[in-house]
Ligand binder design. Structure first.
Ligand SMILES: [Zn+2]
Length: 350
């Protein structure tokens, strides 16, 4: 792979990113995917930790599973986290559902869930093994389930090693059962699964990937949105269409306003910079951006957020708004999905 990349005499950035992307998803690599990836690459910094991470991932067979199991890689990643203000495992919610934030890789969050009545524990989207093992050691819990929102390596990289270590069962979207490593329980849209005594409702939320699901715990007022809804952002359209993503986001936005949103990445500050560029007169956005900038300057996490905050300040949910349409050049009579697509395109080239 190294020789192949070097022979193209491409720039360092292209080489690094090619390695990164082929490491991420070699099995479904296509020319079209690579073209799409290149457009994305144009917007990222060659020195960014994502690219360094990608190069690391390319060592050996270049499969991200190795990141999850290699102690050298784990040490490197924990160094990156310590220098990027990602923090350590932290209890962020307790009550009917306990939720611990588990920083992974460079800007990923896995979420450790504990249902105290039944004494069951799950991890949502474990990209790595070591931070999850550490979180379990700290809390004293055993791991009963892995819950994956979608197939990407930075949400499933820990599946195999964690399952081998704890004998836990893997829960994921039925629509993507063939791409979720070692899946045991596959859930369909609208299906309710019992996590101990709590209901977990599954929503198919395609757009970022075709088989993406979000999971909602009504009694805990918590939703885990993976790479569909971010704080002030949304996932890139790697596999689905703008119409699908708009439908997915619209559905999530209808959850009760107080619902806490637990997404898969700490992208909030960069998302806020873009949001203000298309929604500059929104006072709630201006205020939230200030708060987020201050939190990030102290290395604090900005996730979870709430559905109410997202309705008020997320430029993708606000795409149909007249001010945002005016900024993105979408006529007032055009469908909302079209307005969303314009915001997504603007963000892709921001
Ligand atoms: Zn993803």
């Amino acid at each position: 792979m190294w020789i192949d990349a070097a022979s193209e005499r491409a720039s360092d950035r292209t080489v690094a990113c090619r390695l990164f992307f082929s490491a991420c998803n070699r099995s479904s690599w296509t020319a079209r995917r690579w073209q799409r990836a290149q457009r994305w690459i144009a917007g990222i910094d060659a020195d960014s930790t994502q690219v360094k991470l990608g190069m690391l991932a390319s060592i050996g067979e270049g499969f991200l599973g190795r990141i999850a199991t290699s102690s050298l890689a784990s040490r490197f990643l924990s160094y990156l986290r310590s220098t990027s203000g990602m923090g350590v495992t932290e209890l962020v919610m307790s009550d009917v559902l306990e939720v611990h934030r588990v920083p992974c890789l460079v800007d990923n969050y896995a979420w450790l869930l504990h249902e105290p009545k039944a004494g069951l524990t799950a991890i949502v989207d474990p990209s790595e093994v070591q931070p999850v093992v550490e979180a379990l050691r700290k809390t004293g819990y055993n791991l009963d389930y892995i819950i994956n929102t979608h197939h990407h390596w930075d949400h499933t990289g820990g599946n195999i090693a964690l399952k081998d270590k704890y004998g836990c069962r893997v829960v994921g979207p039925d629509a993507d059962r063939s791409r979720i490593p070692r899946i045991d329980i596959s859930l369909k849209d609208g299906e309710t699964w019992k996590f101990g005594e709590l209901d977990m409702v599954t929503f198919d939320t395609p757009g970022h990937t075709m088989g993406h699901m979000s999971v909602y715990f009504p009694e805990a007022a918590a939703v885990f949105t993976g790479d569909t809804l971010f704080a002030m952002g949304c996932g890139r359209l790697f596999e689905g269409t703008a119409q699908q993503m708009w439908a997915s986001l619209s559905r999530l936005s209808l959850l009760p306003p107080e619902t806490k949103v637990f997404c898969g990445h700490e992208y909030t500050q960069a998302n806020a910079r873009f949001a203000i560029s298309v929604d500059s007169e929104n006072p709630k956005l201006i205020e939230r951006k200030k708060v987020v900038d201050e939190m990030r300057s102290k290395g604090l996490a900005t996730v979870p957020c709430t559905i109410a905050e997202e309705r008020d300040t997320n430029p993708f949910l606000r795409a149909p708004d007249a001010a945002v349409r005016a900024k993105t050049g979408v006529p007032s009579g055009a469908p909302d999905a079209e307005a969303f697509a314009a915001v997504r395109r603007a963000k892709d080239s921001f």
